[in-house]
Design a binder for this molecule. Structure first.
Ligand code: AMP
Ligand code: MG
Length: 329
């Protein structure tokens, strides 16, 4: 695993070395790279620790689901759950490579942090030649949001990335002009297609290929195929309580999620550690998976989770914990 050493962006390595960039990604590093929309901040989508660093570097106060970037249509077989809707392939043939993102039920290989706990994943194949070559050489799908700090402008030039980010391993520059408009996001569920976010590809172009329902049309929000299209949201289907004191006695059949070694573990039916040392990157990488495991365990009737310190990445971690526990706060 790479370690960040730069204290400020003037120390970020940058240039046009795609081979080095791909190597960084394979080793769990972060690389900013050009796409036809804006600069992305990429990490190996199958490595939850690398993905956790994206949120840390962006200083995002919450975990939003990320788009996974691929270089070949055949990579869908590893990311999407079978059976893959035939509509997915029709849309991919028509619009990829290009600024169309397809959301579909995910396979087990996709880390829960990438999808913020949702059971769907968003995937696209960018058309920027540098992005495509980078993903091809990295030999792994790349999770990438825009390469800006939370709340700041999306970057369309390498200077914009340098102005905003520290803690990345390489800034890969590209010459081609960028559109600056984000990808269109659609969700495909069986034979149905929903527009989740308007973007660089118009709804009328999409409708030349499949019937696609735009938000609000024939649909109530609660019937939407996944909550990610509103405000991505995940909360387990069992009561979730934030642990107040380490001396708390737990009711029978409690699941306990801890972030560092503690005496409490003996009091729970099932204990999961997201980290043994309260390391925020590890906690972020394992949080949603821990919640899913508790949800799936029939011996667990309610879940208790330890809070984390709200500094740095801890802000995003606590935001998600509070959202997941919102009914029981
Ligand atoms: P960006 O921040 O521009 O990379 O945008 C990502 C967009 O994709 C956001 O609007 C997300 O809500 C959406 N998105 C990503 N994953 C999912 C998902 N699994 N379900 C629904 N929307 C998603
Ligand atoms: Mg963005």
């Amino acid at each position: 695993m790479r370690q960040f050493v730069q204290k400020d962006s003037s120390m970020i390595k940058n240039g046009t070395d795609i081979i080095f960039s791909a190597q960084c990604l394979r080793e769990g590093g972060l690389v900013a790279f050009p796409t036809e929309t804006v600069y992305g901040l990429g990490a190996d989508a199958l490595n939850p620790l690398a993905v956790a660093r994206i949120f840390e570097v962006k200083q995002r106060p919450t975990f939003d689901p990320l788009i996974v970037h691929i270089s070949e249509i055949s990579q869908l077989e590893m990311l999407f759950e079978n059976p893959i809707s035939p509509i997915v392939y029709r849309m991919a043939d028509a619009f990829w490579p290009g600024p169309l993102t397809i959301v579909h039920r995910k396979s087990g290989i996709v880390p829960d942090l990438v999808t913020s706990g949702l059971n769907t994943v968003a995937v696209r194949m960018p058309s920027h030649p540098v992005a495509l070559e980078l993903i091809r050489l990295a030999k792994t799908p790349i999770a990438a949001p825009s390469a800006n700090r939370f709340g700041q402008l999306s970057p369309t030039k390498p200077e914009h990335v340098l102005k905003q980010l520290t803690g990345i391993d390489y800034l890969l520059s590209g010459n081609e002009k960028m559109g600056g408009i984000e990808s269109t996001v659609i969700s495909i569920d069986g034979d149905q297609c929903f527009l989740l976010r308007p973007g660089a590809i118009s709804l009328s172009d999409i409708r030349k290929i499949v019937h696609c329902i735009s938000r609000g049309q024939n649909q109530k929000e609660k019937d939407m195929p996944s909550p990610g299209l509103l405000k991505s949201h995940y909360s387990p289907n069992k009561p979730l309580f934030i642990l107040e004191k380490h001396t708390e006695t737990l009711p029978d059949n409690s699941g306990l999620i801890l972030h560092s070694k503690s005496d409490l573990s003996g009091h729970a039916t099932k204990t999961i550690y997201t980290s043994e040392t309260a390391d925020h990157i590890e906690i972020a990488a394992n949080l949603f998976t821990a919640l899913h495991l508790m949800e799936d365990d029939e011996a667990v009737f309610q879940i208790f989770i330890e809070p984390v310190e709200e500094t740095g990445l801890g802000v995003a971690i606590m935001d998600r914990i509070k959202k997941a526990a919102f009914r029981y706060l």
